[in-house]
Design a binder for this molecule. Structure first.
Ligand code: AMP
Ligand code: MG
Length: 372
């Protein structure tokens, strides 16, 4: 848990440091832009993670208003996509998992949209991401919780229990009624887990809200789900997004930076095996489960996806993380406007790879962040 927080804080600090590079320096920018100042807001109470919002606004009041509205939106999406808590007057993943096998449950638009988005993409992801995998991921989560609580041995989920749970993960048993906007589970043991996509989907919704505001120059980092609006309004032209070295992330104090991507108007989302894990018998069991084996996926240490849409970046980062490099690469290459960066595991332990198009953004590959 502590390690995870450290990792998240690191991601934030790199962003902040990079964002500050030219903070407050008036370059040859148009007059109105040169008067912009950089502000930031950090909060810890949504999506079980740290959310940082950095923005350039004409005055602090503008930043406070726009960032405050963004935070309120994060709070709303957190409640809608929460699988663990019930909130008064709200149908969310938790109430669906409780009630949707008994009766069709009407849901709000943003929850509906998330489910439709995930279910539309899922068939293209080669059996990797499955939002109906909740019965299986729930067993792994219970093990992780027990380990975090310091409970004694035999932490791994029982193989038979995993197999039994896997029989209740057919996404076709999630029935969406478009007319009534209701959700019904045909299988009473099915549970939804939207953890692979919800944070990125929510970040994208918040981003669109902010792009339409009077502070379109911003950067959101929701626990590694990064979404950049227009570039910084002073100093450098682009936002620098620090990528964590998966191995260094496991040891506090090490230099954790692996690369920096320079972006604007894009999402950068990473899935990794170095946070949300427990160790049993010397083996690290992390939170991304390969439905083919019902075990944590082992082909990569991290996969970073760069594309415009944050929901797509999030669902793809999990999918490509689960796939072997060649198949993940083929999937990414088949999609327009999507780039990826891998740190591989297994036979190619530690090997870093990136798509050709990623090189234009990567500091390691020679990309620079020009002064405004
Ligand atoms: P991410 O960090 O975006 O890669 O998402 C990982 C989260 O997605 C986990 O914490 C689980 O809640 C959930 N998850 C894990 N494996 C899968 C899977 N194969 N399909 C769908 N969701 C998954
Ligand atoms: Mg994801």
């Amino acid at each position: 848990m502590k390690k995870r927080m450290l990792a998240l804080l690191f991601a934030v600090s790199v962003l902040t440091a990079t964002g500050q590079v030219g903070g407050g320096i008036a370059g040859p920018a148009p007059r109105a832009r040169a008067e912009m100042a950089r502000h930031s807001l950090v909060f810890f109470d949504t999506f079980d993670t740290v959310v940082t919002i950095i923005g350039y606004a004409e005055d602090k009041a503008t930043f406070d208003r726009v960032a405050g509205e963004a935070r309120a939106a994060f709070e709303r999406y957190h409640q809608l996509y929460d699988a663990y808590h019930v909130y008064e007057g709200i149908q969310n993943i938790c109430t669906l998992n409780r009630d949707a096998a008994q009766t069709p449950v009407p849901v709000d638009e943003e929850l509906w949209d998330l489910l439709v988005f995930a279910m539309e993409w899922q068939p293209r992801l080669e059996g990797t991401v499955n939002i109906a995998l909740g019965s299986v991921t729930g067993l792994w989560q219970a093990s992780r919780k027990a380990a975090d609580a310091g409970e004694p041995a035999s932490l791994l989920p029982d193989t038979d229990a995993l197999r039994e749970a896997a029989a209740h993960t057919h996404v076709n048993d999630v029935v969406l009624d478009e007319e009534r906007r209701t959700v019904f589970f045909r299988d009473p043991s099915l549970k939804l887990d939207v953890g692979a996509v919800a944070k990125g989907f929510a970040t994208e919704l918040v981003c669109r809200q902010m792009l339409a505001s009077d502070m379109p120059s911003f950067m959101i980092n929701a626990g590694g789900n990064v979404r950049a609006g227009h570039g910084p309004a002073a100093g450098r032209s682009l936002w620098g997004v620090g990528l964590q070295d998966p191995e260094a992330a496991l040891s506090a104090g090490a230099d954790q930076s692996m690369d920096v991507l320079y972006v604007e108007g894009l999402s950068v989302v990473t899935s990794g095996d170095y946070h949300r894990f427990f160790v049993e018998g010397g083996v690290r069991y992390h939170h991304i489960i390969d439905p083919a084996t019902l075990l944590p996926a082992w082909q990569n240490h991290s996969v970073t996806i760069l594309c415009e849409d944050g929901g797509l970046a999030d669902i793809l980062s999990t999918a490509v993380f689960i796939l072997p490099y060649e198949r993940g690469r083929a999937l990414v290459d088949s999609l327009d406007g999507v780039e990826a960066l891998w740190v591989r595991a297994g036979e190619a332990e530690g090997e870093a790879r990136m798509t050709e198009g990623m090189r234009a953004y990567s500091k390691n590959a020679g990309a620079v962040n020009p002064e405004r």
